[in-house]
Design a protein around this ligand. Structure first.
Ligand SMILES: NC(=O)c1ccc[n+]([C@@H]2O[C@H](COP(=O)([O-])OP(=O)(O)OC[C@H]3O[C@@H](n4cnc5c(N)ncnc54)[C@H](O)[C@@H]3O)[C@@H](O)[C@H]2O)c1
Length: 308
């Protein structure tokens, strides 16, 4: 299928960045629909300021991309009805997502491809009531969406292989690194691994093995450093199947395997320790430290991805 018109449904933080990504390819016209009037160009300029400051893009490049992005609050607009592919990025709420797709299905062609950017919700469940479920897949972008290359393309129990492949091709055409998640499982691929690590990290703090700063340091100055180059499966092959087997045989019985969120997290919630939001979580954070952590992350990603 020839994809030309791409609709981003929901122009919040993720939606703006996703629109910016697709606008990198001049073959696409991008529409953004939101319930509320939203300053899409202004938000995009703010989010991409560091890319311009580091010389990855010029102001003219940003203007060029913005010229291919239009915005509407009207569901009956041509921006919606002529879409070949829709990426939904509305609030993370099952009912809102289902209602949104029902409205889209009533307005778009029966072969328009529907994608959801839900971080955790099952594409099978979101698409449950649609008439044409085969054209629906998950496309899980990672925040910040304009920088992180990975997008998980998640097949529902009804997605067609052809639709998943078209979505993978479109994502590759704007420089993303799409991966196919063949089964609709909670956490898809990457968050399953990420949260297995977080569970152990929190457990180490909870069991008094090390404090919070030390846990982060042990990741950042050891295996975290080589992860962008060496994934866990290649690493297992590198050290050898025998060693991996022996380590797991010895250590797995001691690792955290709780199926509930940690009691420490619950206690912190009850004490109002909400992280950056309240200035204290596992650690204490001043507004300056919070701003620095956010800026440093983007700086690091730009250095890693663009060498600038
Ligand atoms: N924030 C993240 O780190 C992250 C990462 C990956 C995926 N996601 C997923 O992306 C989606 C959007 O997240 P976000 O962080 O951009 O949220 P956000 O709150 O910044 O944006 C949501 C936008 O959707 C709009 N909206 C709400 N209901 C709508 C409706 N019925 N029709 C049209 N627009 C509607 C809102 O006005 C808002 O602009 C969620 O499903 C979220 O789980 C978020």
């Amino acid at each position: 299928m020839d994809i030309k018109n791409i609709l981003i449904c929901g122009g919040g933080m993720m939606g703006k960045n996703i629109a910016f990504v697709f606008a990198s390819n001049p073959n696409y016209q991008i529409g953004v629909y939101d319930l509320y009037q939203t300053d899409v160009p202004g938000g995009i300029r703010t989010n991409t300021k560091q890319l311009v400051e580091h010389g990855v893009l010029t102001d003219a490049d940003v203007d060029d991309r913005l010229s291919r992005i239009s915005f509407t609050t009207d569901m009956d607009s041509e921006i919606v009805t002529k879409a070949d592919l829709v990426i939904e990025a509305v609030f993370e709420d099952m009912n809102i997502k289902r209602e949104t797709f029902a409205k889209l299905e009533a307005r778009c062609r029966p072969d328009t491809i529907f994608c959801t950017n839900s971080s955790v919700m099952s594409p099978s469940e979101i698409s449950r009531d649609l008439k044409h479920r085969e054209r629906f897949v998950g496309t899980h972008f990672w925040n910040p969406g304009h920088l992180i290359p990975l997008v998980e393309v998640v097949k529902s129990d009804a997605s067609s292989g052809e639709v998943a492949q078209t979505v993978m091709d479109v994502l590759a055409s704007v420089g993303k690194e799409p991966v196919l998640c063949r089964k609709d499982v909670p956490g898809f691929i990457a968050n399953r691994m990420q949260h297995a690590l977080w569970r152990e990290a929190i457990s180490i703090v909870e069991r008094g093995i090390a404090d919070a700063e030390t846990v982060d340091k042990a990741v950042k100055y050891a295996f975290g450093l080589r992860l962008p180059q060496l994934g866990p499966i290649t690493n297992s092959d590198m050290v050898g199947t025998q060693l991996t087997y022996n380590i797991h045989d010895y250590i797995l019985k001691d690792l955290e395997d709780s199926h509930e969120p940690s009691p420490l997290l619950k206690q912190m919630l009850d004490e109002g320790k909400l992280g950056f939001k309240s200035g204290e979580g596992f650690m204490k954070w001043t507004p300056e430290q919070i701003a620095k952590e956010n800026a440093d992350l983007n700086e690091y990603l730009i250095r890693m991805l663009y060498g600038k």
